[in-house]
Design a protein. Structure first.
Length: 252
């Protein structure tokens, strides 16, 4: 169930890219997606995909996965990170950029988003997937970890252990909320066209309820599909998904 809404948004975006440039395959950049979870299926759908990742081990997994899927000729792995993106990918050449589970770890998400926007063709889009701070609060509250819930709610970055002056207890540098994420995209010059949840209700369903019988699984999937774009439920989503588009501009 998780990421189905994200997958549908990407497929729609690739269809738009094909409509813009019917004479070539869509060009996709996946930043931080080294093992190819998103890249290989996109290549299998006919895209040319470049993956930028700092981990040589992840890129090795990417190469094996692409070869096994028969798309090695459509997937290129490049070692690097979002801070060096301008040196690795030419500006204005990518139809779709994936920045999934990236902004939580960079030093400056605003600068990072500007780097992602810079490589887009006019009319191209950035897909961003990030951890939701309010969902983290809800999950810890339901688990009885009330001190952690309070800390996540009150910490400016939505993280654990950042107020004690030490290295912290949290692997993430920050978590996001919907308005904050939309504001970052807008500040990078992108028009926010999609803001939805991933794992809106599915992550709140007890395991036994979602796996007991095909009917329950189907109902859970339908419930999640109905909930992903509901503004009132956005705070419960484990992750937030946004799509921001680079304007074509009056002279293009």
């Amino acid at each position: 169930m998780r990421s189905e809404a994200v997958h549908r948004a990407l497929i729609a975006e690739l269809a738009a890219a094909r409509a813009r440039s019917a004479d070539r395959v869509p060009r996709v950049l996946d930043v931080g997606g080294g093992t190819g979870v998103w890249a290989v299926p996109l290549a299998a759908s006919g895209c040319a995909v470049t993956v930028v990742d700092s981990s040589p081990d992840a890129l090795a997994t990417l190469r094996r996965r692409a070869a096994d899927a028969g798309v090695a000729d459509r997937v290129r792995g490049v070692q690097g990170d979002i801070e060096t993106l301008a040196d690795l990918v030419p500006a204005g050449e990518v139809d779709l950029v994936l920045g999934h589970d990236v902004l939580e770890f960079v030093e400056d998400p605003a600068v990072a988003l500007c780097s992602l926007a810079e490589v887009l063709v006019p009319g191209g889009a950035v897909s961003i997937l990030v951890s939701n701070r309010y969902a983290a609060v809800i999950h810890r509250t339901l688990a009885g970890r009330l001190d952690e819930a309070r800390e996540l709610l009150t910490d400016p970055a939505g993280r654990l252990g950042s107020q004690d002056g030490g290295p912290g207890r949290d692997r993430l540098l920050r978590r996001f909320d919907g308005p904050g994420l939309a504001g970052l995209l807008s500040a990078a010059g992108l028009v926010v066209e999609t803001l939805q949840g991933d794992g809106v209700l599915s992550d709140l369903i007890p395991g036994s309820a979602s796996t007991t019988g095909t009917g329950n699984a189907d109902t859970a999937a339908e419930l999640e599909a109905a909930a992903v774009g509901h503004p009132a439920l956005l705070a419960t989503a484990s992750r937030l998904h946004a799509v921001g588009r680079r304007n074509v501009g009056p002279n293009l």
